[in-house]
Design a protein around this ligand. Structure first.
Ligand SMILES: Cc1ncc(COP(=O)(O)O)c(C=O)c1O
Length: 388
């Protein structure tokens, strides 16, 4: 277990004078707090004796029905028995890895990959291998050679971990044809896919309406799929879920029960009451519009202020853009200078287990206002220019 780069940064980035483009905190301020408070108060009056009691280890069946509805736009269809409710999708990740991975087992991940998942994989002593990306997704040839070289060494990979939609930290999204290729390769070699999809409903423009990326799980029930209310409602409720193939279901529920007995019954009831009494689709649209405005502010500030030789991804949804510095600059070295200039980011090396990422940084636009984002980019551009 090692502290993550993001964790170490939180204390510094929390100083009000620092524009933090570091943490990926959802902008929960956009919720109607009075309405949510009233809903929760009513729920306690009506159902408090149950909501404040222990519940089912698999999660409340009514909530699992709602989760089916929430997943419909990304094409995931399943029975409520296939769903396990967890304390955020992070807990589902931990339980799945606990069940599937022994020390030295090979796990294939994207380049870069979500730091919280890398932390889980390494804590169970997995042999984590990055696969090259192309066009914002796992590169098919690189994926095949990573699988074949692991198999040749007698270590068939346990799974491929992917955030195919609005990736953290890359801000990239796999095309439908690339999703099909990745699934075909996984099936051909008998390797599971672990698909993590907390941002799937947070696409901008068409990507949130007519072109919502369809989950890989929509094409195969063998895919393990993770979802979360952290970004569509609020991260503080700590409610996520896993949709699991039949062979894993019973063991996963047992593992969940041994970890926490049951997911928080209280916040499950809060989420159920919210979904029942609020127009949650409208709230997701509010979040989408807000994040799109902030994405636009960040991209246009970078276009105006960044020196030549810097490139970045333009995300079609989610929270992050991934910036690449010119050869020879190191984002770890840049960070203290940036913080001196009152702006924070996450160095790219945190999103790799093998020392890559020195010339990258993750910028998040989810939390600061558009004005603050612009100010933050101006400050960051000054630091990069001086460094060049
Ligand atoms: C890709 C990815 N997976 C999982 C999580 C964890 O989400 P949750 O709050 O549901 O545990 C995050 C949170 O930032 C994430 O970006």
């Amino acid at each position: 277990l090692k502290p993550s780069a993001i964790r170490a940064l939180f204390a510094v980035a929390a100083r009000p004078e620092v524009v933090s483009l570091a943490g990926g905190m959802p902008y929960v301020t956009a919720l109607n707090m009075d309405d949510f408070a009233n809903t929760i108060a009513d729920m306690i009056r009506k159902d408090g004796d149950v909501a404040l009691q222990y519940g089912s280890g698999q999660g409340h069946p009514v909530l699992r029905e709602y989760i089916r509805e929430v997943m419909a736009p990304v094409g995931v269809a399943c029975e409520i028995d296939d769903i396990l409710v967890t304390a955020g999708s992070q807990m589902a990740l931990d339980l799945i890895v606990r069940l599937l991975v022994d020390p030295d087992d090979v796990v294939l991940v994207e380049s870069p990959s979500y730091v919280g998942a890398l932390g889980v994989f390494t804590s169970y002593q997995a042999d984590v291998r990055h696969v090259e990306m192309s066009e914002g997704a796992l590169d098919p040839d690189s994926l095949i050679s990573a699988i074949e070289s692991a198999i040749a060494a007698g270590k068939r990979p346990k799974f491929i971990y992917t955030v195919a939609s609005f990736q953290n930290p890359g801000g990239t999204t796999a095309t439908q044809s690339r999703r099909e290729q990745i699934l075909e390769i996984a099936q051909r070699y008998g390797v599971l896919i672990l698909e993590d999809d907390p941002y799937g409903l947070l696409g901008f423009g068409d990507y949130g309406t007519t072109k919502i990326p369809q989950a890989i799980r929509a094409m195969s029930q063998d895919v393990i799929y993770l979802g979360s209310f952290s970004k569509t409602i609020a991260s503080g409720v700590r409610i996520g879920w896993a949709v699991v193939p039949a062979f894993l279901r019973e063991k996963l529920v047992l593992a969940a029960e041994s970890a926490t007995l049951c997911p928080s019954h209280f916040t499950q009831f809060a989420v159920m009451a919210y979904l029942e009494n609020h127009d949650w689709r409208a709230q997701i649209n509010t979040y989408r519009a807000l994040y799109q405005e902030r994405r636009d502010a960040m991209i246009s500030a970078m276009q105006t202020h960044m020196p030549n030789g810097i490139s970045w991804t333009v995300p079609a949804g989610g929270f992050y853009s991934w910036l690449t510095l010119p050869e020879g600059l190191d984002s770890q070295d840049l960070l203290p200078k940036a913080v001196d200039n009152l702006v924070a980011f996450v160095p790219g090396s945190g999103f790799f287990v093998d020392g890559q990422g020195a010339s990258n940084l993750r910028l998040s636009y989810c939390y600061p206002t558009a004005e603050r984002i612009t100010e933050g980019i101006v400050r960051l551009a000054e630091v990069i220019r001086a460094e060049i």
